[in-house]
Design a protein around this ligand. Structure first.
Ligand code: HSE
Length: 316
């Protein structure tokens, strides 16, 4: 590939937030939201090497050094794979979503970095082929290797990860009326902490119960069966261990269910909570009911109502 012939001058991309675990599938299921998300600009430069020239919306928290930055490292990983680590590229990162929220913020940046640079180069790789490079960026931020945020942010939809090690990922059908209400309460839950408190062992009984819920949810997606979905959106393994990290977790969950949500639990590692609902009006009602519980106890919060995003990362 001839660098100056193939590259576009500049591209701007959007990489969406995502909900890891999608309530029933810890580390192996995730869904993409339509908003919020990050914007990344990649532009060619005569100065050799990948340089991050601007970061906004991060309150000065993110490093400019590409090797240490989620978006930068994902892009570098792709350039190295292509055998061109010295190509002159500038990156701008515009964070448009809260950090440490359980909405896949670092995954969105990693996806945006890899996707933008691939587009700039004239798309030598397919979207799905970018997954390992985006994962490298996410791994830098989270330390873990689970694709339940990166894969939906990149590919869109609801993604089942049959193997995180082999990145064996599959898109599931998304019923038309499925909406998410996601409430982000402004409390700190570090993913590292939320993972470190989990017991490495589960009982056979828990395994059987949760397998039934995961299978039920997947079947419900294939059949657009909202009643089965409502019976299946339960987490008997992770939720009981993490609920203590979110103030008023059980009241918020009850409020969402009383407002008609099909299911409600923690989004990713938290602190955001997600309610999956049939229809946008129910999602609005469930979201407002969840917000009211947080607000009553003085916890500032933000509501995002979103259909499942079928596209994942896109060029703007
Ligand atoms: N599956 C992950 C977790 C998502 O719940 O810890 C957050 O990285």
């Amino acid at each position: 590939m001839q660098y100056h012939e193939i590259m576009k001058k500049e591209v701007r991309v959007f990489a969406p937030a995502s909900v890891g675990n999608a309530i029933v599938g810890f580390d192996i299921l995730g869904l993409a939201l339509t908003k919020p998300g990050d914007e990344i600009v990649a532009r060619r430069s005569d100065v050799p090497g990948l340089r991050i020239v601007s970061i906004t919306g991060d309150e000065g928290k993110l490093p400019y050094e590409a090797e240490k930055n989620t978006a930068g490292f994902a892009a570098l990983s792709l350039l190295r794979h292509l055998g061109q680590p010295d190509w002159g590229i500038e990156l701008e990162i515009h964070k448009r979503m809260p950090f440490g929220s359980g909405l896949g913020s670092s995954a969105a940046s990693a996806v945006g970095g890899a996707y933008a640079v691939n587009l700039l180069l004239g798309s030598p790789l397919s979207k799905k082929e970018l997954l390992p490079f985006a994962m490298h960026g996410e791994q830098l931020a989270s330390g873990g290797f689970h694709a339940d945020n990166v894969a939906p942010s990149l590919l869109g939809g609801i993604i089942l990860i049959c193997s995180n090690q082999n990145l064996d990922v599959h898109s599931l059908p998304v019923p038309d009326e499925l909406f998410a209400a996601v409430v982000y309460p402004e409390v700190e839950v570090l993913t590292k902490t939320a993972r470190s408190i989990l017991s490495p062992n589960i009982s056979l009984r828990q395994h059987i119960e949760q397998s039934g819920f995961l299978g039920g949810f997947v079947t419900a997606l294939f059949r657009s069966d909202y009643e089965l979905m409502a019976r299946s959106l339960r987490d008997v393994i992770i939720e009981p261990q993490r609920a203590q990290l979110i103030p008023n977790f059980h009241q918020v969950q009850s409020a969402a269910l009383s407002a008609g949500a099909l299911g409600c639990s923690i989004s990713g590692a938290g602190p955001s909570m997600i309610a999956l609902c049939r229809g946008e009006a129910v999602a609005q009602a469930a979201g407002q009911a969840m917000q009211a519980v947080f607000s009553e106890t003085g916890i500032r919060n933000e509501l995002f109502i979103s259909a499942v995003n079928p596209h994942g990362a896109i060029e703007l």
